[in-house]
Design a binder for this molecule. Structure first.
Ligand code: PMV
Length: 314
């Protein structure tokens, strides 16, 4: 590896993500529409007395955890894999601040890995391409065999169409706001992906048409988004949510959050990410946005709003 600079403190950041359409089907080769969020994780790296990663909730300042690379915990293993990708052997400390809820389907693990890897890349003087390898290694620890959609968003931001293994096509869409709430505690991605795989192995004649329908939704959503046809976008979200429920990845609070949003005037709503728990998002006309947020807030669910940004240069 390149010569280490031991006095430097370097920074990195990574975007969270929101899958608008196509989660789960993307694992089987269908495209997905994904937004890299304007918020995610920031990291600061420096050489210290011991190799360590600290994780803080950037929204509250609360220290969440800290790990050393040899511990038997996913976060520690992820940190070890990132250090190994850069060939760092010295006592590197990385302090990560997360500006997203963990495990809620908003891509916190990829955002953290990208922020961490970018901070280390600068201090280690490594090739920028090493960041991608480091993040892939980290995501395998958290997600088993991920499609790559989270890391594509965390690396690039903006709205894009993704197809595995790494086809990324930025989408030019007029700016719009999505509303989100965390209706249930997050679940791990790997068991949800495994559940769909099991269903697919047992009943491929039922799951294949669902994946095909999700692919058709993604195709239509691309043109509905480009022409700012929010009613159509909402309708497609509703159908996509129903198909995800058919695959067994919804949950009662997620269904309830979706229905509350629709009753409050949203164009449509769906779960986002692996499901089982975590977040639901809605697209609503400006005069209904407050009502949607209020309906979720009344249920005691944390709410968020994201202004989806135009694609950045990748
Ligand atoms: O775990 P999440 O919420 O970031 O969602 C991952 C998206 C899936 O399609 C369910 C899995 C994948 O690797 O694409």
């Amino acid at each position: 590896m390149a010569r280490l600079n031991t006095t430097q403190r370097t920074l990195g950041n990574g975007s969270g993500k929101l899958i608008l359409f196509g989660e789960h089907a993307v694992v089987y080769g269908s495209p997905a529409i994904v937004a890299g969020l304007g918020t995610g994780a920031t990291a600061a790296a420096h050489f210290a007395s011991e190799a360590r990663m600290t994780l803080t909730n950037g929204m509250t300042g609360e220290r969440l955890t800290e790990v050393t690379p040899d511990e038997d915990k996913p976060l520690a293993k992820s940190y070890k894999a990132i250090l190994a990708a850069f060939g760092v052997e010295g006592p590197m400390q990385v302090d990560v601040a997360l500006h997203l809820p963990i495990g809620a389907g908003l891509g916190s693990s990829a955002a953290m890995a990208v922020a961490c890897a970018r901070a280390i890349q600068t201090i280690a003087g490594a090739e920028p391409g090493t960041v991608k390898h480091a993040v892939e290694a980290s995501e395998k620890i958290f997600h088993g065999t991920p499609s790559g959609v989270d890391q594509a968003a965390a690396l690039g931001g903006g709205l894009f169409r993704f197809k595995r293994p790494d086809e990324v096509q930025p989408l030019v869409v007029p700016p719009f706001r999505v509303l989100a709430c965390q209706a249930a505690p997050g679940t791990s991605t790997a068991p949800m992906v495994a559940r769909v795989r099991e269903l697919h192995e047992q009943l491929p004649s039922l799951t294949d048409p669902i994946f095909t329908a999700i692919e058709a939704i993604v195709e239509r959503a691309e043109s509905a988004l480009a022409s700012a046809d929010w009613e159509r976008v909402g309708e497609l979200m509703d159908i996509n949510h129903g198909l995800l429920a058919a695959l067994g990845v919804s949950a009662a609070p997620l269904d309830e959050a979706v229905h509350l949003a629709r009753q409050s005037g949203a164009f449509g709503a769906k779960l986002t990410g692996a499901g089982g728990g975590g977040c639901v998002f809605a697209v609503a006309p400006p005069n209904a946005q407050e009502a949607v947020i209020e309906a979720w807030h009344q249920r005691g669910w944390p709410t968020f709003s994201f202004d989806l940004e135009p694609p950045r240069l990748r």
